[in-house]
Design a protein around this ligand. Structure first.
Ligand SMILES: CC/C=C/CC(=O)SCCNC(=O)CCNC(=O)[C@H](O)C(C)(C)COP(=O)(O)OP(=O)(O)OC[C@H]1O[C@@H](n2cnc3c(N)ncnc32)[C@H](O)[C@@H]1OP(=O)(O)O
Length: 188
């Protein structure tokens, strides 16, 4: 699921909750849809931050749901709704942003990463390609050659490399959520 709180007066904070890596289960996807709707309809909320609980952003598709019947809202329109939000949305990336987790972050307008975070699109290692528009958003963000490298190797990049490539906007050694909230206030 996803928890919604309001912080710093005008920032809606959405926290993904699905231990151990906040994978995008049906309940998490539904939670994102519900909390986004709540934040977008609240006039006092001017910007949003999406983070994961327990210092990890999101490990992608929930491997525990592989081989089960698809349920809950699909990821593609959910990420599109985030991208289309009239209120700026900032991803606060700690731990990992992998697969669908990075695709979710790519749909946000800004990404703030902890210095120890790892980001990547490892779908190829599972015989898949990024299917929630990561294969379009990543090249738009960092150019085709760099995006093709990440998509075809599935390698994880450090926060420092992600900053240098342009995947993230800022890297912090301190609280990523605090940095993302400060950033969200500055772009509201
Ligand atoms: C919905 C749209 C589809 C998009 C495509 C995808 O997202 S494909 C999936 C992409 N994600 C991955 O491939 C991530 C796979 N996981 C890892 O690479 C690693 O587990 C990790 C996240 C880097 C963490 O590595 P670490 O060495 O720290 O720990 P473990 O490997 O031992 O994992 C700890 C526990 O976390 C569970 N887990 C990991 N990933 C997932 C996941 N995606 N969904 C659900 N659970 C996940 C893992 O099973 C371990 O659980 P235990 O109960 O402790 O065994």
């Amino acid at each position: 699921m996803a928890q919604y709180t309001r912080v710093a007066g005008s920032v809606g904070l959405i926290t993904l909750q699905n231990p151990p890596v906040n994978a995008l289960s049906a309940m998490v996807r539904q939670g994102i849809v519900d909390t986004m709707e709540r934040a977008l309809s609240a006039p006092e909320v001017k910007s949003l931050v999406i983070c994961g609980q327990k210092e990890t952003f999101c490990g992608g598709a929930d491997i525990r749901e592989f081989g089960t019947k698809m349920s809950g809202p699909p990821l593609i329109p959910l990420i599109h709704a985030i991208e289309a939000s009239t209120k700026p949305v900032v991803a606060a990336i700690e731990g990992v942003a992998l697969g669908g987790g990075l695709e979710l972050a790519l749909g946000c307008h800004y990404r703030i990463s902890h210095s120890k975070a790892k980001l990547g699109l490892p779908e190829v290692t599972l015989g898949l390609l990024p299917a929630a528009a990561g294969s379009q958003r990543l090249p738009r963000l960092i150019g085709v050659p760099a995006a093709l490298d990440l998509i075809t190797t599935g390698r994880h990049v450090t926060a420092a490399e992600a900053l240098q490539l342009g995947i993230v906007d800022q890297v912090t050694d301190h609280s990523t959520v605090d940095a993302a909230v400060k950033f969200a206030l500055s772009v509201a």
